[in-house]
Design a protein around this ligand. Structure first.
Ligand code: PBG
Length: 324
C-alpha cells in the first residue's frame, strides 16, 4: 500500500520535466487580412488590422522576429462582383500580397485562404444559381482557378475554406497539371457553421447578403460527420486537415487526431479572439493567462498546429518558458 502517491506537481523542475504537452513556435500560424484599401484596425478585433500592401512587410517582419514563421493570408478587395473575380485574378490582392511576401521574406511560409466569399457581392463561398442555391460544381472550377493563381503568385500552401464537395481533388488536379506538385493543401475539412466567425465577417466584409452557410458548413450537433469529411479530403489528397473553430470543438480535434493519420490544424477563430479581448478589456479575466491556458488546451486535445490571432503572444509565452 502506497502511503502517499508521488505527485508530478511537487516541484517546478519535475513539472517541466513531465509535461505531456509541448508547444513549439514552429506550430503557430498567424492569419493576416490584406486589403486593397488603407490599413485599418478591425473594430470587432482590437489590435488586429487589415494590412495594406505598404504595411504588410512590417507585419511580416514583426512575426518573424517573434518566431512565428507561417502566415495565412486573406484578401479584402475594394470591388466585389457576382462572380468573385478578384479571387482568381492574377492582380488580385492576395496574389499581390503573396508575391511581395515571398520576394522580401522567403523564409515566411505563406498559406493562402482559398475561398470566394471575400470576393463575391453576395458573400457566399461559391457560385450562386438563379434559384439562390450554391452551385457546387461551378464553384469548384472557380475555387480551383483561385488556388492555381495563388500558387502561381508563390503560395507555399493553399487552404480551401469554401466547403464545396470535391474541391480538394479539383485543386490537387489543377495544381499538379500546372507543375505545382510541391504546393500543399491544408483543407478546412471540419468547418462548422459557427457564430464564432462573426468578427471575421466584419473584418472581411463577407457576411452573406442572404441566407446562411448551413448548406455547406457543418451542423455543430455532429462529430462523426467531421471524421467523414476529413476522410473524404484525405482520399482527395489533402495534406493537413483543419478543425474550426477550436475551443468549442476540442472533442473534434481529439477524435480527428486519434482516428486519422494526417496532421491536424486547429483554427482558433475571430470570435474566440474577440471574447477574450472584450472580457479582459472589461477587467473580468487575465488576458495572458487565458490565452496561454487556451492554447495549451488546444494542443493537449491533439492539434499539431494552431492558427491563431494570438500567435505572437503565444510565441512570447513559449520563449519565456511560461508554457510549452
Ligand atoms: C472563409 C472563411 C471564414 C473564416 C475563415 N475562412 C469565414 C466564414 O466561413 O464565414 C473564419 C475565420 C475566423 O472567424 O477567424 N470562408
Amino acid at each position: 500500500m502506497i502511503k502517499r502517491p508521488r505527485r508530478l506537481r511537487d516541484s517546478d523542475r519535475l513539472r517541466r520535466l513531465a509535461r505531456e504537452t509541448r508547444i513549439s513556435k514552429d506550430s503557430l500560424i498567424y492569419p493576416i487580412f490584406v486589403t486593397q484599401a488603407q490599413r485599418e484596425e478591425i473594430p470587432s478585433m482590437p489590435g488586429q488590422y487589415r494590412e495594406s500592401l505598404e504595411s504588410l512587410p512590417g507585419r511580416a517582419e514583426a512575426l518573424l522576429n517573434a518566431g512565428v514563421s507561417a502566415a495565412l493570408l486573406f484578401g479584402i478587395p475594394i470591388n466585389k462582383d457576382e462572380a468573385g473575380s478578384g479571387a482568381y485574378s492574377p492582380d488580385g490582392i492576395v496574389q499581390k500580397a503573396v508575391e511581395l511576401l515571398k520576394r522580401e521574406f522567403p523564409e515566411l511560409y505563406a498559406i493562402c485562404d482559398t475561398c470566394m466569399c471575400e470576393y463575391t457581392s453576395h458573400g457566399h463561398c461559391g457560385h450562386i444559381n438563379e434559384d439562390g442555391y450554391v452551385d457546387n460544381d461551378k464553384s469548384l472550377e472557380l475555387i480551383a482557378q483561385t488556388a492555381l493563381s495563388q500558387a502561381q503568385a508563390g503560395a507555399d500552401m493553399v487552404a480551401p475554406s469554401d466547403m464545396m464537395d470535391g474541391r480538394v481533388a479539383a485543386i490537387r488536379g489543377i495544381l499538379d497539371s500546372a507543375g505545382f506538385e510541391r504546393v500543399s493543401i491544408m483543407s478546412y475539412a471540419a468547418k462548422y457553421a459557427s457564430a464564432f466567425y462573426g468578427p471575421f465577417r466584419e473584418a472581411a466584409g463577407s457576411a452573406p447578403a442572404f441566407g446562411d452557410r448551413k448548406q455547406y458548413q457543418m451542423d455543430f450537433h455532429n462529430s462523426r460527420e467531421a471524421l467523414k469529411e476529413i476522410a473524404l479530403d484525405i482520399e482527395e489528397g489533402c495534406d493537413i486537415a483543419i478543425v474550426k473553430p477550436a475551443l468549442s470543438y476540442l472533442d473534434i480535434i481529439a477524435k480527428a487526431k486519434s482516428q486519422t493519420n494526417i496532421p491536424i490544424a486547429a483554427y482558433s477563430v475571430s470570435g474566440e479572439f474577440s471574447m477574450i479581448k472584450a472580457a479582459s478589456a472589461a477587467g473580468y479575466i487575465d488576458e495572458d493567462a487565458i490565452v496561454a491556458e487556451s492554447a495549451v488546451s488546444i494542443f493537449r486535445a491533439g492539434a499539431d498546429m494552431l492558427i491563431t490571432y494570438y500567435a505572437e503572444e503565444i510565441a512570447a509565452f513559449v520563449a519565456s518558458g511560461r508554457i510549452g
